[in-house]
Design a binder for this molecule. Structure first.
Ligand code: SF4
Length: 393
């Protein structure tokens, strides 16, 4: 297991073969072979949802459309996540090469980098890189053009259909799915929306091949992953680690010796208490025995000086603020959860009221329209179940 804690530099490292050489090599292959390699590699989206990247590309390639698009989702807004910013700063060529390969595979001529508004300072840097990328496309006879689209600061626009609405000039509100963007995306045309790191990982599969890629990680969670480590740690930062590491090992490496909980996957992820560190692995469910938690890469470490009530209240503040308000379970549910835990803490409600709030999160999980409202239950139930006393006293 210790091996999985070795910093790998698969994503951020510099390699003998440049990203544009990798792209050139890929462009000589048949699109269907690239898709089948991606599917065999088991690469899953690195934004957190974990959909198979190869399948997404396959659906978009097969979809009918006079125009198709590739969108790089760089609207990195999950609390505690700051890896995409580093990827775009340090290895933008790998992202652009991933977009180029995707464009070739699905037949897109236009691509966008949807950049989080707070990362506006990256625009001149990205535009210089895009200009160089275009020269490479010209040399390789790839008719593909990329632009930066700047977001306006809404967390929900990290959800792919809200992102597409925002690009089309509408309110950043998630759409009903189906139809999925691979058939009906930007301007109603087939569109692949991939996270920044996913595009780099797709490029990694082209560079090192399926077998080498599958040597990293575990069953159902192949490859390496960038983790944004923050909170009560002497070593905050970005780490490129293998999937399949246990939280026990992670905390031994990054904790401050007094870790009581780790929030895996940001505010919309799960809070794991000390007693479950040993039995929890990081990867997509099905990877190993015990709990296996997927993550977009955010790992927030809390030591015993932290009030988990305050942590949860901060998350609920965040969700209440960022809910787009389109559907009632999320718009009202986020408010009621916050008001509810405040009432229990003040003693205005009995501790049993927490059970009713947990039922409310169950309802939100099945009735909220998008991942924002559906995932509030993750942090709420994992904190309330594991730190119940802190919610009351
Ligand atoms: S779940 Fe929340 S963010 Fe998502 S559509 Fe409903 S109100 Fe909007």
């Amino acid at each position: 297991m210790q091996e999985r804690l070795k910093r790998l530099d698969v994503i951020l490292g510099i390699h003998p073969e440049s990203p544009y050489q990798v792209m050139e090599k890929a462009l000589k292959r048949a699109p269907k072979d690239i898709i089948s390699d991606l599917i065999d590699s088991g690469l899953k989206g690195r934004g957190g949802a974990g959909f198979l990247t190869g399948l997404k590309w396959k659906f978009a390639a097969a979809a009918e459309g006079d125009e198709k698009f590739v969108v790089c989702n760089a609207d990195e807004g999950e609390p505690g996540t700051f890896k995409d910013r580093e990827i775009l700063t340090i290895v933008p060529k790998k992202v652009l090469a991933g977009m180029g390969i995707c464009a070739y595979v699905i037949g897109a001529k236009k691509g966008y980098i949807y950049l989080r508004g707070e990362y506006k300072y990256l625009v001149p840097h990205l535009e210089r890189e895009i200009a160089e990328f275009h020269k490479n496309c010209f040399k390789l006879e790839l008719d593909f053009n990329v632009e930066v689209f700047l977001g306006s600061g809404a967390y929900v626009c990290g959800e792919e259909t809200a992102l597409l609405n925002s690009m089309e000039g509408f309110r950043g509100e998630p759409r009903n799915k189906p139809p999925f963007p691979t058939n009906n995306g930007y301007l109603g045309k087939p569109t692949v929306v991939n996270n920044v790191e996913t595009l780099v990982s797709a490029q990694v599969v082209s560079r090192i091949g399926v077998e080498e890629f599958k040597k990293l990680g575990i069953q159902d969670s192949h490859g390496s992953k960038l983790f944004s480590v923050s909170g009560d740690t002497p070593r905050p930062g970005i780490y490129d680690l293998e999937f399949g590491l246990s939280l026990e090992e992670f905390v031994r490496e990054f904790g401050d010796g007094d870790t009581k909980a780790v929030q895996v996957g940001g505010a919309s992820g799960f809070c794991v208490p000390r007693k479950k560190f040993q039995s929890t692995t990081i990867g997509f469910p099905g990877g190993l025995t015990g709990d296996s938690l997927p993550t977009g890469g955010s790992m927030m470490i809390f030591n015993s000086s932290r009030s988990m009530y305050n942590v949860l209240r901060n998350y609920l503040d965040f969700f209440e603020e960022e809910s787009c308000g389109q559907c009632t379970p999320c718009r009202i549910g986020c408010q009621q959860l916050k008001v509810g835990i405040e009432a229990v803490k003040r003693g205005d409600k009995d501790p049993e009221y927490l059970q009713q709030l947990l039922k409310l999160t169950d309802t939100m999980k099945i009735t909220a329209k998008c991942g924002l409202g559906q995932s509030v239950a993750n942090s709420f139930s994992s904190i309330v179940d594991n730190f119940r006393e802190e919610m009351i006293y």
